[in-house]
Design a protein around this ligand. Structure first.
Ligand SMILES: [Zn+2]
Ligand SMILES: [Zn+2]
Length: 167
């Protein structure tokens, strides 16, 4: 996503667009479009870009393995400063606004931040019941008989004791 600087006078501007995730270099599990919005605040010596995105993922649930879609969104700020950037500044989102800069390309920034929005855990729903460890039934859509045969490990010593006493 490129913003031509000669089309951005001093002031606040809003740019919104919806583009295929692949235009940002994103691959699966991202799919469809990414809706992005950039508020450009340009002053004499700096440009502050407040960026925002909404897109979606096609994931497989870690618990029940079913495929599900998840919306992800986020925001970040990119700053271009006319003064020389102090090497000490450890902020990767601050760039130097050099006089020969004709456009700002936010493609890489969107790529990085959108990638960071992928959750570590993939759970289709907070109360996903997962698969039965014995028969593999998806407990979200069916029940199986295995559950009743399972013994709570807390009672195992007691059952053993009872058995020993009976012997
Ligand atoms: Zn699930
Ligand atoms: Zn089962």
């Amino acid at each position: 996503m490129k913003i031509k600087l000669n089309s951005i006078p001093v002031g606040i501007h809003k740019i919104a667009l919806s583009k295929d995730v692949r235009d940002f270099g994103l691959q699966a599990p991202f799919f469809g479009n990414a809706d992005v919005e950039v508020k450009v605040d340009r002053s004499e010596h700096q440009i502050v870009l407040s960026c925002n995105f909404v897109t979606q993922l096609l994931l497989n649930c870690d618990r029940c393995l079913a495929e599900y879609e998840q919306k992800v969104s986020g925001d970040f700020t990119v700053i271009y400063l006319a003064e020389r950037i102090d090497e000490e500044i450890d902020d990767t989102n601050v760039y130097e606004l050099t006089p020969d800069l004709t456009y700002i390309d936010l493609t890489q920034d969107f790529y990085d931040f959108i990638n960071l929005s992928v959750p570590l855990k993939h759970i289709c729903s907070e109360d996903c019941k997962g698969l039965c460890p014995t028969c593999g039934a998806n407990l979200n859509i069916e029940t199986c008989e295995c559950e009743s045969e399972k013994v709570n490990p807390i009672w195992e010593p007691l059952l053993k004791l009872k058995k020993d006493l009976n012997d």
